[in-house]
Design a protein around this ligand. Structure first.
Ligand code: SAM
Length: 298
């Protein structure tokens, strides 16, 4: 630990958080999902799950006043933290004035060119992970951007709403399994790290939270010819959860071609009366390939 980081001990302690907020007259914006962490053990658990060391980089989304950023800076070689709220930028600059391995980037993560940012900020590091306590109002768009842009990341360790974490990690056959589970598991191996009570935040959110670790796959676990078509097929199969896949796929192939669905699904060894929530990634991939071969694009 450097002199600088020692002097800044525990930004995320309840007292230091309240002091920083009072000093700068900061008021929380619910619309930006501002719930700051004030529990050192939870912060440590998040950082430990990311398997960082001084050769690695950490990209944080939404540093707030820097509770997690501080612990990341003590573990990773380099940290870049993207914050949308311009009122937090001078606070972060003051808190990390003596912490040279922290870079604060003012911007909206959904609008930034992350590929270029990663290249600029993390040249020479042995690997980069995203580590964040995400703003809950945009959790899914942020994660889908990270995954769909195929950014060169090792892990994504994030605090999110408990129900969303459970959906991401769900296996086929349960009520939590849906198109989000398929999308996340196509790109990553998910692991629920811990469930977090709402008492460890200020202000306290109305929902329970969980930390999820997503380890990026080197290549998808199933053979997919056309990714967009695969994801359109998955969406179609979940369009109405209580309907069978044959019923849900009718709109995809057009009513006039409905009769072809039964034989096509049987060729993939998928019973047309099953529901989307029972299909594995391999089965969705087989259905997508079959539809594509028959010229049905949704
Ligand atoms: N990391 C801090 C902590 O754990 O105490 C704060 C986490 S708070 C749940 C979410 C943070 O994300 C807030 O600081 C908020 O201003 C920021 N934020 C919200 N939307 C954002 C966006 N689109 N891009 C970047 N940051 C965003």
């Amino acid at each position: 630990m450097t002199e600088g980081t020692k002097a800044l001990a525990a930004v995320g302690s309840p007292k230091r958080t309240k002091d920083i907020i009072a000093k700068h007259g900061f008021t929380f914006k619910k619309s930006l999902g501002q719930n700051f962490l004030i529990d050192q053990n939870i912060l440590r658990n998040i950082v430990e799950a990311a398997e960082l060391d001084e050769t690695k980089g950490a990209l944080e989304i939404g540093p707030g006043i820097g509770a997690l950023t501080q612990q990341l800076a003590q573990t990773a070689g380099r940290v870049t933290a993207i914050e949308i709220d311009n009122r937090l930028i001078p606070i972060l600059e003051e808190v990390f004035a003596d912490t040279p391995n922290v870079h604060v980037e003012h911007g909206d993560v959904l609008k930034l060119d992350l590929e270029t940012l990663l290249k600029e900020r993390f040249a020479g590091v042995s690997g980069v992970s995203v580590v964040a306590n995400l703003p809950y109002y945009v959790t899914t768009p942020i994660l889908m951007k990270l995954l769909e842009e195929k950014l060169p990341l090792e892990h994504i360790v994030v605090m999110i709403q408990k129900e969303v974490a459970q959906r991401m990690a769900a296996k086929p056959g349960g009520k939590d399994y849906g198109s989000l589970s398929v999308a996340v598991q196509y790109y990553c191996v998910p692991e629920l790290v811990c469930i977090v009570p709402h008492t460890v935040f200020i202000p306290q959110p109305n929902v329970d939270s969980a930390v999820i670790k997503l380890t990026l796959r080197e290549k998808p676990p199933v053979d997919v010819e056309d990714e967009d078509h695969f994801f359109r097929t998955v969406q179609a199969c979940f369009a109405q959860r209580r309907k069978t896949i044959a019923n849900n796929l009718t709109a995809f192939v057009g009513k006039a071609n409905r009769d072809q669905l039964g034989p096509m699904l049987e060729r993939c060894s998928v019973d047309p009366t099953r529901r989307g929530e029972t299909l594995s990634l391999a089965e969705f991939a087989a259905v997508s390939r079959e539809l594509l071969a028959a010229g049905f694009n949704g």
